[in-house]
Design a protein around this ligand. Structure first.
Ligand SMILES: [Zn+2]
Ligand SMILES: [Zn+2]
Length: 425
């Protein structure tokens, strides 16, 4: 309905989650920088934009929140390390996406989506002046106190409020719920539609029996009342049946994910022995973010955190990825102090092959991640400011295979999670 589509939504300027959603629209099409996102989020977006350019494709998002429904009870939604605290919030939203190749007509999709966002902030009262931050001006890793006084490389000066908080991960998941008045509108649509069909049917019937003229007001009102009543009853019935079929259809697409959900309890308990703040949700956000970069990179093996075999051209036509909300735990293996964990990630992908858009491609990826168990998890880890294990200087790992200061080589799995294999199932 036209009225529903013209919702104008304005982000609350005091709310970073909303500012991020608003920016994402413009950043996706390359009109603006995603300044509310952290360096890694922006790096992932840059890789995707390079892919889009290479495929001559334009991608446009338009997200309109339908209501803020954070503070969910079912999942752990907060974690900390020594200096930083991360929190997950989610928004139900209406999401529109256009994918256009060259000057062709855009391939348009519209769907309800829930946007999950992780915000990372400094824990109140903790001094982080000596912590490393990637200079928003020039990208060089520097101590926070240097950035506050003026970056030694580019001279830009920042305020603490420009450095934190930041959105450190986000993903969209399809949503089948009805928010606010949506259920009412949905039912009304069916009731009014059915009522009108019945009224027209009855009028035609009356006309063919010659009962319409001479027109009797009484019988006309009666007919309208009957139609309205029937519209409500039958419309409700039809709406329910339609909804049921819709849900069955979506459930059919969901069945492959069912066995995967909620199997990570033993693994989570194991990880909590090493890091009490560990949550499966944190690993899910991490895995999805790493996977996106791997799939969008021109050469995944140049990414510091991809230590697996070449992927060939498997993802070279990929232009967009939607996480379907489920990551299944498959197993873990501990060897020489390293933990290898295998998960199944369910994605809905969009490809552009020979100028043709293929969206809604459901794929299951089996992914194995590896991490040194003896190194504490850095919940604020960034590949843009890797700390050299030998000289402790920080550098951008996406640009340097070895430490640019002392030349030492590093294994990324000694600092954070690395991906050692990706298989499309
Ligand atoms: Zn700088
Ligand atoms: Zn070094």
């Amino acid at each position: 309905m036209a009225a529903e589509e013209q919702v104008v939504w304005k982000a609350d300027s005091n709310n970073i989650y909303e500012r991020f959603i608003e920016q994402l629209d413009e950043a996706m099409s390359g009109e603006k920088e995603l300044t509310e996102g952290d360096q890694d989020t922006r790096y992932a977006l840059k890789l995707q934009q390079e892919r889009l350019r290479e495929k001559g494709t334009k991608l446009r998002y338009h997200i309109t929140p339908r209501g803020f429904t954070s503070n969910g009870q079912n999942l752990p939604r907060k974690w900390k390390d020594k200096h930083y605290v991360s929190e997950v919030a989610y928004y139900t939203s209406m999401w529109e996406r256009d994918i256009a190749v060259g000057n062709g007509r855009p391939f348009r999709q519209k769907s309800k989506m829930t946007i999950y966002e992780t915000k990372t902030d400094v824990i109140g009262g903790v001094n982080v002046e000596d912590e490393i931050y990637v200079c928003p001006g020039c990208g060089a890793p520097s101590k926070i106190k240097d950035l506050l006084g003026g970056c030694q490389y580019c001279g830009s000066r920042f305020q603490m409020s420009e450095l934190y908080p930041k959105i450190t991960s986000h993903y969209l998941v399809k949503d089948f719920s009805f928010a606010g008045n949506e259920m009412k509108y949905y039912l009304m649509k069916f009731m009014i539609g059915t009522g009108i069909v019945i009224l027209i049917g009855m009028l035609i019937g009356m006309a063919s029996r010659g009962e319409l003229s001479p027109l009797r007001i009484g019988s006309l009102i009666g007919t309208i009342l009957i139609s309205a009543f029937m519209g409500v009853v039958m419309g409700y019935f039809l709406a329910s049946i339609t909804l049921l079929f819709k849900l069955f259809f979506e459930a059919g697409k969901t069945v492959p994910m069912m066995g995967a959900i909620g199997a990570g309890k033993r693994f989570e308990a194991f990880m909590k022995r090493y890091s009490p703040e560990f949550s499966y949700e944190y690993l899910t956000g991490k895995t999805v973010a790493l996977l996106k970069m791997i799939m969008f990179a021109k050469n995944p093996q140049e990414l510091p955190f991809y230590v697996g075999a070449p992927l060939g051209g498997r993802f070279q036509d990929l232009v967009d990825v939607i996480f379907r909300g489920a990551m299944g735990y498959k197993g873990m293996r501990e060897k020489d102090g390293y933990l290898h964990v295998t998960v199944d990630v369910f994605l809905e992908n969009a490809y552009v092959t020979n100028g043709r858009v293929r969206a809604g491609v459901n794929e299951k990826l089996r992914v194995t991640l590896v991490k040194n168990l003896n190194v504490p998890i850095q919940y604020n880890f960034s590949i843009k400011k890797l700390e050299c294990p030998t000289c402790h200087a920080s550098f951008d790992a996406t640009k340097n295979k070895t430490c640019p200061y002392c030349g030492a080589t590093y294994r990324i799995e000694d600092a954070d999670w690395a991906v050692e294999s990706v298989t499309v199932m």
